[in-house]
Design a protein around this ligand. Structure first.
Ligand SMILES: [Zn+2]
Length: 148
């Protein structure tokens, strides 16, 4: 009789321990996604700065392209704040799951990026849409606005 109680308690604690471990693993993944999203954010911000500077320098305007960067930056900021919110202990689990799924899609691209950035500097990067030369770090083509 007592043995069954102890066994029950043991199972209960084993289950709790398992959940805690899963929770920690999930948090680790979320933190990695935040780091990833933050580097994506800095990259987009740097690119926007460079774009605005080169436009101003050439006395040109390209508001649609600037808007694309601003939209992308806003999206990444939203992604980061969602990820951070999902780390808060009081967040409803169901919503955080949905958020991290979406974020996973977004960060999948970014995760694939470093592989593309091999040191093949001899060949200049070009836009797959219009073939215009684009800078290595550019997120959008300066000519046609295609996402790179
Ligand atoms: Zn293009």
């Amino acid at each position: 009789m007592d043995f069954n109680k102890i066994k029950e308690m043991g199972l209960e604690y084993a289950e709790k321990g398992k959940n805690a471990a899963l929770d920690l693993a999930e948090k680790g993944r979320t933190q990695a996604k935040i780091v990833n999203a933050q580097s994506k954010l800095y990259k987009a911000q740097r690119q926007l700065g460079a774009l605005v500077y080169s436009l101003a320098k050439g006395n040109e305007e390209n508001q649609p392209l600037v808007d694309k960067y601003i939209e992308m930056i806003a999206n990444i900021e939203q992604e980061i704040s969602d990820l951070k919110a999902s780390l808060e202990p009081d967040t409803v689990i169901e919503t955080t799951f949905e958020d991290t799924e979406e974020a996973a899609d977004g960060t999948a691209d970014a995760a694939a990026e470093p592989a593309e950035e091999k040191p093949e500097d001899d060949e200049a990067k070009t836009c797959p849409q219009c073939g215009a030369p684009v800078s290595d770090d550019a997120l959008f083509c300066n000519k046609c606005g295609a996402q790179l």
